[in-house]
Structure formats: C-alpha cells, structure tokens
Design a protein around this ligand. Structure first.
Ligand code: UDP
Length: 256
C-alpha cells in the first residue's frame, strides 16, 4: 500500500498503522475493483506458518496491507526495529470497517464459520449498524465441488469486501487459490471473529486486552489451543535471541 511503511519483524512483514489509518487503507482498497487486494493480520502464529508453508509465505509477502494483530509483533517491532507500533487487532478492524461501511457505501460479503454463527453474526452486525450493506453470506463448510458456485455468488453480489472466517492457514490458502477469480476490491481473513460477535467464543475482557494478555485469556478458555499457541513463546524467544545477536554484533563492531 502506498504511503504505508513496512517493517520486518524476524521473517514477517508488518505495516506501520494506527487503527484509523488501517480503516482508511482498507476502505480505499475495497473500493478499487481494478484488482483484488489482500488484508492480512500478522501475529506470532502466522510467522511460524510462513516458515512452514511457502504458499503462506508468498501470500503474506504480497499482501497489500499487513496489520500488526498480535502483541508479540508489537513487542518484536520495539525490540528489533526500535519502533512503537499500535496493535491493530483483526477482529477490531473488521468491526470498524463494518461501522464505517454505510457512509463509505461499501458492500460486504461474509464467508466462514458454522451456519448458525455466520447467520447470527450477520444479524448482529445489521442490528448494530443500520446502514450496513451485507450483500451475501455463506457458512465456512462449503464443499470443494461447490466452491466455483460460491465464487460466482460472491462475484454476482458485487461485494466490495469479502470477510473470510475460516481460521488460519485455511483462509490464507483459500484466498491464494480463489482470490484471482474474485471481482471484489479487497479480501480480509478474520479467523474466529464471527464467533466473538455472536458470543460463542468470548473475547478477553478489556483488562486482559489492556495488559496485552488477550492470548493468555484465550488459552485459558480454550486449552486445546495450546499446541498452536506454543508458538507465541517460541516467537518471544526468537525475538530475544535476535536482539542479543544484534547487541553482540554492535559491541563487536565498536571494539574492532
Ligand atoms: N472454520 C470454517 N471452516 C472450516 C474450519 C473452520 O468456517 O473448514 C471456522 C470455524 O468455525 C471458526 C473459524 O473458522 O469460526 C476458526 O476460528 P479460530 O479461532 O480457530 O481462527 P483463528 O482466529 O485462530 O485463525
């Protein structure tokens, strides 16, 4: 995205954004249908997914907007790039885009999550924002043989932005495969955001968000996520190791 600085935190790109800037950029990308743009939320888990999958790595590298979703990324940017980033959570950005979509005249398609969650989230968003235009929706369990039909439905809806709630890395793989067939302006992966809108999954209370322990709250509520979230710790160690290496190299250069 033009006029947005991109940093690298370990192996991951991340854009220097505030929430307001991210909303403006997302709306601008959504309105431009000349080619599809991808909005990706990057967090420690995704940096590992980038290492494990070339598809995910290439996809995130070419994303038009990479938002600093995880506090680990904010910490990494401070430690390694000496930059203080504002955390822009994907779940918050999605809801902010919905909030401004009426005045911005943006049409929305929501694909992903269980049928009742998808339908419930659409209803909740329509109750919250009287002028929102949700022009289509589909649950996240469409069979592979019906995928082209779904793509046709999305295109026929003339949506400007597609929110994809399939979880990671499924949603990145989906965008990579089907994105080039879409006529939408922008496509954004939103993971489990629809579950939090409906309330089947609770987001951390403000207290945990303020002290940057949202990930810990989520882990305590869903211990089954431990295997995935162990990467938050690995990421923290990798950042510290990179910082120590950087300091050691600086000292060595000074002494030469
Ligand atoms: N999901 C889906 N289709 C699938 C697998 C998962 O729609 O084939 C949905 C699932 O119902 C849930 C979301 O994807 O709503 C995954 O949420 P999770 O919190 O795991 O995603 P994350 O934000 O951690 O990437």
């Amino acid at each position: 995205m033009k006029n947005v600085e991109r940093l690298r935190v370990l192996n991951a790109p991340v854009d220097v954004l505030t929430m307001n800037k991210a909303i403006d950029c997302a709306c601008e990308l959504a309105k431009d249908h000349s080619n599809i743009s991808y909005i990706v939320a990057v967090n420690p888990e995704k940096t590992y997914a980038m290492k494990e999958s070339e598809v995910i790595r290439d996809f995130i590298e070419k994303a038009d907007l990479v938002i600093p979703d995880g506090i680990g990324i904010v910490f990494g940017a401070k430690m390694l790039c000496n930059r203080r980033l504002e955390r822009v959570a994907g779940a918050d950005l999605m809801q902010e885009i919905c909030r401004v979509s009426g005045e911005q005249n943006l049409k929305i398609f929501i694909y992903g999550a269980k049928e009742e969650v998808n339908a419930g989230a659409v209803q909740k968003l329509q109750e919250r924002h009287s002028n929102i235009q949700i022009v289509g929706r589909a649950n996240g369990f469409v069979k592979a043989e019906n995928m082209n039909e779904l793509v046709e439905r999305i295109n026929a809806s003339q949506a400007d932005i597609l929110f994809l709630a399939l979880g990671s890395p499924k949603q990145e793989n989906w965008m990579n495969e089907y994105g080039p067939k879409l006529n939408v302006g922008a496509c954004m992966g939103i993971g489990g955001t629809l579950d939090t809108i409906v309330g089947t999954v609770k987001r951390a209370p403000d207290f945990y968000q303020k002290i940057h322990l949202e990930w810990f709250y989520r882990l305590a509520k869903q211990p089954s996520r431990f295997w995935r979230q162990r990467r938050v710790f690995f990421f923290g160690f990798a950042v510290l190791a990179a910082k120590i290496k950087k300091i050691t190299m600086c000292h060595r250069q000074e002494n030469e």
